[in-house]
Design a protein around this ligand. Structure first.
Ligand SMILES: [Mn+2]
Length: 350
C-alpha cells in the first residue's frame, strides 16, 4: 500500500508540513490548478510541484485529476486537439515520475451532495446526499454553488450543455469514452502511466445527465474498451458504495485480481434509505461499508498501489474545503495504515 493524501496546492489550508507528520504517509495526490482546462500542463509547473512535495519527504506519483474537457465527453470535432493536449500532459507528467493519473468522465458536474454541512450525532459536520432534495434543485438557477461543480458556466451555457448531454445519452457517452481511451491508453502505456477512471458520484443519473460508471458491469465495460494495465480504475468505495447493490468487497477484490485496480479511494458512507446517504468516519462501524473486508479484498488479490482516505468530516472546529480538512482525513489515514499492517501480517507478508 502506498498511503497517499490529496493536496490542493499552495492555497490548501492543509499544508505539506502537516501532511508529512501523518504516520505512514508516502505520497501526495495533487494536480496543476492554474492551467486552463484542456491546455497542456507545462513541465516547469509539474517540476515545481514535484519539488515542493519531495522537499517535504513525500512522493508525487499520483495525479488527480487531469480533467477531461467537455468537448471530448461530448465528442465534438474540437476533441482531437484536446486529446493531443492530454497526451502531451501525460508525457510531461511521466517525465516527472508520475505513475498514476486519475480522471473521470462525469458530464458537467463532478461529485454532488445536497448539503455540505449536515451535523451528525457527535456534532461533527459532514457532506450528505438526499435524493428528494436533489430533485428539487435547478442546476441552472445560478443559486447552487457546490465545490465539486464547475461554476464558471453562464446559465445559458449550462442549459445548452445539459441539453447536449440529454441528446447524447448514455450510448453516446460510452462511444466518446471509447474514442478517448483508444487515443490515450496506448500513449499512457508507452509512458508507464496507469490511467484510473473515478466512478460517478453518486452512482446514478442526476439532472437528466447520462452517467456511465456506476457499477461492476460498467467498470468491466470500461476495462474491455482496451485491454491494458494502463486502462484501469480508481475505485472509490464511498462513491460506488452509496448504492447498496454494489458489493464493494466483491468489486474491489475482482478488479484487484485482474490487475485493473490502479488507485483506491477509501471512504465510508451510511446509507439511510433509497438514494440517501451521509459521509461518515472511516471505521466500518460508522457506516454501511466493511472497510476491513474491502482492504483485505484489495491486498489479498495483489493490490499494492496508491490508497488515499477520501473525504473526511469537519471535526474539532476545523473549517476549510468541505470534505478536505486535515483532522478526520488524518484519522482515516491512520486507520487505513492500521488495517494494512494487520492484513499484511495475517497474510504472512511481514
Ligand atoms: Mn473518490
Amino acid at each position: 500500500m502506498q498511503l497517499s493524501f490529496r493536496w490542493y496546492g499552495a492555497d490548501d489550508l492543509v499544508t505539506l508540513e502537516k501532511i508529512r507528520q501523518i504516520p505512514g504517509m508516502y505520497g501526495i495526490v495533487s494536480a496543476i490548478y492554474d492551467v486552463p482546462l484542456g491546455e497542456v500542463w507545462p513541465s516547469d509547473k509539474i517540476e515545481f510541484l514535484k519539488g515542493e512535495v519531495n522537499r517535504h519527504g513525500l512522493a508525487l506519483e499520483v495525479i488527480e485529476s487531469v480533467p477531461v474537457h467537455e468537448e471530448i465527453k461530448l465528442g465534438l470535432p474540437s476533441r482531437d486537439q484536446f486529446i493531443k493536449n492530454y497526451q502531451e500532459t501525460l508525457k510531461n507528467l511521466a517525465m516527472a515520475g508520475v505513475k498514476t493519473v486519475c480522471y473521470n468522465f462525469m458530464p458537467v458536474f463532478d461529485w454532488t451532495r445536497s448539503t455540505l454541512t449536515k451535523r451528525l450525532e457527535d456534532r461533527s459536520l459532514t457532506l450528505s446526499y438526499t435524493h428528494d432534495d436533489i430533485l428539487k434543485m435547478d442546476p441552472t438557477s445560478g443559486e447552487l454553488d457546490l465545490p465539486g461543480w464547475a461554476t464558471d458556466y453562464t446559465t445559458e451555457k449550462l442549459k445548452a450543455l445539459l441539453q447536449a448531454y440529454a441528446e447524447l445519452n448514455e450510448d453516446g457517452l460510452w462511444e466518446n469514452l471509447s474514442y478517448f481511451l483508444k487515443e490515450i491508453v496506448p500513449v499512457a502505456e508507452s509512458l508507464g502511466i496507469k490511467m484510473a477512471i473515478h466512478p460517478d458520484d453518486p452512482p446514478w443519473s442526476i439532472f437528466g445527465l447520462p452517467r456511465i460508471v456506476k457499477n461492476k458491469e460498467d467498470l468491466n465495460r470500461v476495462i474491455k474498451i482496451i485491454d491494458s494495465p494502463s486502462n484501469g480504475l480508481a475505485i472509490c468505495t464511498g462513491s460506488l458504495g452509496a448504492d447498496p447493490n454494489n458489493d464493494m468487497v466483491e468489486i474491489v477484490g475482482h478488479f484487484s485480481s485482474v490487475n485493473r485496480l490502479n488507485f483506491l479511494h477509501m471512504r465510508n458512507v451510511l446509507i439511510s434509505g433509497n438514494r440517501n446517504f451521509d459521509e461518515v468516519a472511516h471505521p466500518s462501524k460508522y457506516g454501511s461499508l466493511d472497510m476491513y473486508a474491502i482492504m483485505k479484498a484489495a491486498i489479498s488479490n495483489g493490490f499494492d498501489g496508491p490508497i488515499r482516505p477520501d473525504h473526511g468530516r469537519m471535526i474539532w472546529g476545523e473549517t476549510g474545503k468541505p470534505g478536505y480538512g486535515l483532522f478526520d482525513r488524518a484519522l482515516g489515514a491512520t486507520y487505513l495504515y492500521g488495517l494494512n499492517e494487520a492484513i499484511q501480517k495475517e497474510l504472512g507478508n511481514r
